[in-house]
Ligand binder design. Sequence first.
Ligand code: GRF
Length: 203
Amino acid sequence: MRLGILISGRGSNFEAIANAIARRKLDAEIAIVISNRANAGGLDIARERGIPLRVIESRGMQREAYDKLVIDELRTHEVDLVCLAGFMRLLSASFVEAYPNRVVNIHPSLLPAFPGLDAQRQALEYGAKITGCTVHLVDEFLDSGPILVQSAVPVLEDDTVETLSARILAQEHAIYPKALQLIVDRRITLQGRRAVVKEEERE
Ligand code: GRF
């Protein structure tokens, strides 16, 4: 399966996916990394690893026009599955239609709690005792598509946004490649908005 990874910043989830592929935990190939920002740290990771990358600046662009450029680039690289990894833009309906149930995102909370920006800060300020992260399919709404995999993380009494974010991030790096492998193995079936995961076949 050929992955197209969309980033805006640090790129640690992209790196976790690349590591999982290198360690043969994920049977896929990164066809292209696209960043909407020229200064995204994740671009250096792609450069170091010789992974094809492209910057498509989004500043000042209309959503539909921007998404069309990205879709063209993904098609050029024959991408099967689009992975949002810290990509800080909402996708248009036409993007989602171009890749139906083929766009995945990672979000640093247990959705549907705390969608949107600063999810870790939201959980801390709300006083949640447990939060976590979610890998989900993407629709045209914010952090709202069917949930594929979640991992829970405790909120500790002395947590700061930084310490909580780091604890969640470690789980993000674990579950994102796992969720992608479930898709590669065709183990996920959608029943309405429920993603049902088929048991692993045993020898
Ligand atoms: C992660 O916390 C992810 O859940 C959220 O944005 C952050 C991206 O981090 N969507 P990175 O760029 O993958 O390091």
